[in-house]
Ligand binder design. Sequence first.
Ligand code: NDP
Length: 284
Amino acid sequence: MTASFLSTITGSFAMPAAENPTVAMVEAAYRHHGIDARYLNCEVRPEALGDAVRGARAMGWAGFNCSIPHKVAVVEHLDGLADSARIIGAVNCAVRQPDGTYLGENTDGQGFLASLRTVADPAGAHVVLLGAGGAARAIAVEVALAGAAAVTVVNRSAARGEGLVALLRERTPARADLVVWDRPYRVPEDAAIVVNSTSVGLFPDVEGRLDLELDSLRPALVVADVIPNPPRTPLLRDAEERGCTTLDGIGMLVNQGVIGIRHWTGVDVDPAVMRACLAGIFGG
Ligand code: NDP
């Protein structure tokens, strides 16, 4: 029998990197499924990103994640972009192709969509998106491409909100409108899905509350949060109390892992293994 001592290499480039738990989650899945691959969590300074990508190419990495602050800057170091990454204008997952080139994907919104689809289909729905930053942009584009009828962007900064609404109108079939968030927000009666894609609620701001009229959270709503740490945010607790269906930010993170590993190794891994790993880290 001939053994191979050459493992598949994957990893992440970010700064800071120490508090990113993706390595633990992905390697738990590799171990569980007996995949001979490694995931290296690398701290890469912005000025070193080009060298890092050239190094990954030279070593034949199967691919890598990019996180803050590299999601936009990495684009110029790749050979092409998948459709949604092109619309979003940011990449968080590079994938080596059979010809050795690297394609940029954006799995932030795709991970959210996979998590959302465990409880609801956005097709035909009115989706309310709180926030207009990087996570909101990725989620908005994916739910719009998945057939959401309308996306309402609710954001404090009008300029950032307008930018996202213009992108949705120009590049997706969904209707889009902006509410400038300068007073308590009331979720409209016809909305089916509300997503917190702001950073409110993220550790250490664990009691951070959004400026919402809580009585507008009706039991028929799906209320989702992107915050993975801690997973039970004040928004999700308030929504649960009112009978809404809730989704935490761990689901989004786990499904990004599932999608990335599928791209890099061709294996469909069990999300429950990664969820258990993250729950052990974040609690909940
Ligand atoms: P950005 O900095 O790009 O955007 C932050 C957004 O939050 C902006 O729209 C900002 O509004 C809004 N915001 C911040 N503070 C408040 C507040 N007090 N009230 C209302 N709005 C506020 O961040 P990202 O989009 O990159 O990340 C957002 C969150 O998403 C992070 O907490 C991150 O942990 C999470 N995330 C989770 C992922 C997962 O897999 N679960 C993946 C990626 C991100 P304004 O424009 O007015 O400043």
